[in-house]
Ligand binder design. Structure first.
Ligand code: GLN
Length: 540
């Protein structure tokens, strides 16, 4: 269904603690509303000063999620895309830094006509404009806006104030949902509502009365507790929704449907809720996910493995690809710094597949090269993503083409064989923020290749985030020695895919296939990689 009347807005705030799962609740609500026929998009407002998370270390922020239009964004946008059908863009992620940058640019241009530029109204107005941008496209019936951080944080105050004003201005076209925690005190044997009461009080001090409360809990909220929360927080009892701990994030839409979160939201927005939600394919996916017939062990080789959020989209893509194959994917997180050549046999030999992860810089690079070599020489299914593909090229150069000390110029600018080199367009760039080759680019795939079998199409589009590339100066040498390059960008000639046809499954991609994997459309490379790992496991 396309857009029908005025765009409706749903604001999602969080209280008590961080990490309550606002992103998953927002995505689940979005999914349910979409299933009811509404066109929905979800936006995240992040209160930090960075213009985007692209320059942040994964230790700070987890994965940086890249959209089709090349925005480097918060990893919650990944959840939005994995749950919904609509793709996100730069407009779906706005930070304090971006807001200030835009206000300061306007001030320098003289747009404020001599006025003193202040947090209120200039910063709050800018936030409001960014919130209304998506609604203004005419594409969406409902825009869900998640506000990062926890109510009471100093840095989120202008966002809360902007939401307060918008709710006032939009009257019946906007509601707010507050996510809180109802902790269980085991010593008392009781669920406690006080943190929720205090969090709502804080929100109301800021002028925002929530319409719906979503309460994270480890135990069911009984009717008395719901009544108590409703009474003390000025929220209807039906609008006190429990969000009980779930086995998988993919259970949450079903749990929210049981709690009627979508119905309550629609009623409060003055929208119809009379169509039945059809979660058939979602339930089928969950059925396959929870009742696997097979199991494979895949090694993920990276330098941030102690921080799982750094590889969020890869882990989720394996969940989708695994479910497609009715196969449980057990990921073994292997630290590339600890993977010395002599340890490979012992650490990697029982794996059914090896994935070398994306990354930047030289830390752990030798471990990644050793992992590639082990996968190549032992016929273990291999998938290299971005830096992982570049490592496959370096390893092949050194050990098959005998190019001693071949390397990427990112890591060794003095290498005699720069088989991976900086892209021409990147040479003059000195700024780090938002300057890589970012976003979706087309890739033309040759017939008769593994990639063509996997995608079943000649022209694909995948998302990128890199500065270095396969050095085409070495192309012929590689091709004549058994490494194929069947995927090429049709405009620039950049190599996007490499393969070793002699190997049962050896593929490297310069792009990031993980960003496009969703529940509805599991990414084909992951589906095929899991399948190859399964074959390997069965043949062992
Ligand atoms: N560091 C490499 C480059 O910039 C790879 C980037 C990545 O893995 N995302 O090309």
């Amino acid at each position: 269904m396309g857009k029908t009347s005025a765009t409706k807005y749903v604001f999602v705030t969080g209280g008590v603690t961080s990490s309550l799962g606002k992103g998953i609740v927002s995505a689940s609500l979005g999914k349910l509303l979409e299933e009811r026929g509404y066109a929905v998009t979800i936006q995240k407002l992040d209160p930090y000063i960075n213009v985007d998370p692209g320059t942040m270390n994964p230790y700070e922020h987890g994965e940086c999620y890249v959209t089709n239009d090349g925005a480097e964004t918060d990893l919650d946008l990944g959840h939005y895309e994995r749950f919904l059908t609509s793709a996100t863009s730069q407009a779906n992620n706005v930070t304090t830094g971006r807001i200030y940058q835009s206000v300061i640019d306007k001030e320098r241009r003289g747009d404020y006509l001599g006025k003193t530029v202040q947090v209120i109204p200039h910063i709050t107005n800018e936030i409001k404009e960014h919130v209304k941008l998506l609604g203004g496209t005419g594409q969406y019936d409902i825009v869900i806006t998640e506000i990062g951080g926890t109510v009471g944080d100093i840095e989120s105050l202008p966002f809360i104030e902007a939401v307060r004003q918008l709710k006032w201005e939009l009257e019946g076209d906007a509601i707010s949902i507050h996510l809180t925690l109802v902790p269980f005190l085991s010593a008392a044997g009781e669920l406690k509502t006080k943190p929720t009461q205090n969090s709502v009080k804080k929100l109301r001090e800021l002028g925002l009365q929530p319409d719906i409360l979503v309460c994270r809990t480890e135990h069911d909220l009984n009717s008395d507790i719901r009544r108590k929360i409703a009474l003390f927080c000025n929220v209807e009892k039906e609008a006190v929704i429990q969000s009980i701990d779930a086995e998988s994030i993919y259970d949450v839409p079903l749990l929210m449907e049981q709690e009627k979160l979508d119905r309550v939201a629609l009623r409060k927005l003055g929208l119809k809720d009379d169509t039945d939600v059809d979660l058939k394919s979602w339930k089928e996916f969950l059925g396959r996910l929870k009742n696997p017939k097979h199991e494979v062990h895949i090694g993920l080789i990276g330098k941030y493995v102690e921080l799982r959020d750094a590889y969020k989209s890869i882990a989720e893509a394996f969940i989708h690809g695994g479910a497609s194959n009715e196969c449980k994917v057990k990921l073994h997180w292997i630290h590339s710094e600890e993977l010395e050549e002599e340890k490979c046999a012992y650490l990697l030999r029982d794996l059914d597949g090896i994935l070398v992860a994306p990354g930047f810089g030289d830390r752990g690079i030798d471990g990644k090269l050793s992992a590639v070599r082990f996968a190549r020489e032992n016929n273990i299914p291999f998938l290299g993503i971005c830096l992982g593909m570049q490592c496959a090229v370096i390893e092949f150069g050194r050990n098959v083409l005998n190019l001693k000390n071949a390397h990427s110029t990112e890591i060794n600018p003095e290498t005699p064989y720069p088989v991976i080199d900086i892209m021409e367009k990147q040479k003059s760039i000195t700024d780090k923020g938002g300057t890589m080759r970012l976003g979706a680019y087309p890739c033309q795939i040759e017939d008769g290749s593994l990639a063509k079998d996997i995608y079943g199409r000649e022209l694909i589009s995948e998302r990128h985030r890199h500065r270095f590339e396969f050095n085409n100066h070495f192309l012929e040498q590689y091709q004549s020695s058994g490494m194929r390059t069947p995927g090429i960008n049709p405009e620039s000639g950049l190599v996007e895919i490499i393969e070793i046809p002699e190997h049962p499954f050896f593929i490297g991609v310069q792009f990031h296939p993980e960003y496009k994997s969703t529940v509805a459309n599991p990414q084909p490379l992951f589906v095929s990689f899991v399948k190859a790992a399964l074959t390997h496991a069965q043949e062992k």
